[in-house]
Design a protein around this ligand. Structure first.
Ligand code: DX5
Ligand code: ZN
Length: 220
């Protein structure tokens, strides 16, 4: 992938003005909508579910990148396809039969992603790397926006990039959690292709300008 991707996380948007924030992303330099689905079981927080995603998808004009932080995600693969998801990412830690889950996502016409928690080794993905469109490296413990970036992420991204190259795979590396102008360039240098940013974008005085700057940093 040549152009690096910026994916604002809608979790940090103003839900009272959701359509306004969606239109802002549509018009900005952002590439994807990052959608965090949390079930209060896999992670200690509940975000939003199907009706909200349906509302987002109605207005969004860019790729919909869904990050499922839920147990037993197989139950909802078809539902998320029907809701308009382009990329569906499940957690490694939530899947007993990961290979089967990946195939089921692809069978519904979506790109398949696997997310790994900060404690999960990238080596565990080597045997499925050729099946994966995307690996989402969590740079915070999943569950909440606004947390601090974990520095060990650089090392994980570098090693994951090696595994992808060694296997001749074309898997995209996405990094999620605590992404700001302080770590964006270094993450890209380590091998990241896509950066998720929630608080950094939506808490900014000018989110459109912040997205533009992040995109420029990632592609410099
Ligand atoms: C955390 C979510 C992230 C979160 C990122 O569990 O997966 O996508 O929204 O938010 P920031 O950028 O604020 O860390
Ligand atoms: Zn996420």
């Amino acid at each position: 992938m040549t152009k690096k991707v910026i994916a604002p996380s809608v979790l940090a948007a103003d839900f009272g003005n959701l359509q306004r924030d969606i239109e802002m992303i549509n018009k900005s330099d952002a590439d994807w909508f990052h959608i965090d689905i949390m079930d209060g079981v896999f992670v200690p927080n509940i975000s939003y579910g199907m009706p909200v995603l349906q509302a987002i998808a109605k207005h969004a004009t860019k790729t919909i990148d869904v990050h499922l932080m839920i147990v037993d995600p197989d139950r909802y693969i078809k539902t998320f396809a029907d809701l308009g998801s382009d990329i569906l990412t499940v957690h490694y830690e939530a899947c007993t039969h990961l290979h089967r889950t990946i195939q089921a996502i692809k069978a519904e016409g979506m790109k398949a992603g696997v997310a790994i928690n900060p404690h999960t080794s990238v080596e565990l993905l080597a045997d499925v790397i050729n099946d994966l469109d995307l690996v989402l490296v969590m740079s915070v413990n999943p569950g909440f926006g606004g947390q601090s970036f974990i520095e060990n992420t650089y090392k994980k991204v570098r090693r994951l990039k090696e595994i992808i190259t060694e296997n001749n795979a074309d898997t995209i590396i996405e990094v999620d959690g605590g992404v700001t102008d302080k770590n964006a360039a270094q993450l890209i240098e380590a091998g990241a292709d896509a950066l998720v940013a929630g608080s950094y974008v939506f808490k900014a005085e000018d989110p459109t300008k912040t997205i533009k700057e992040l995109k420029a940093l990632a592609n410099s």
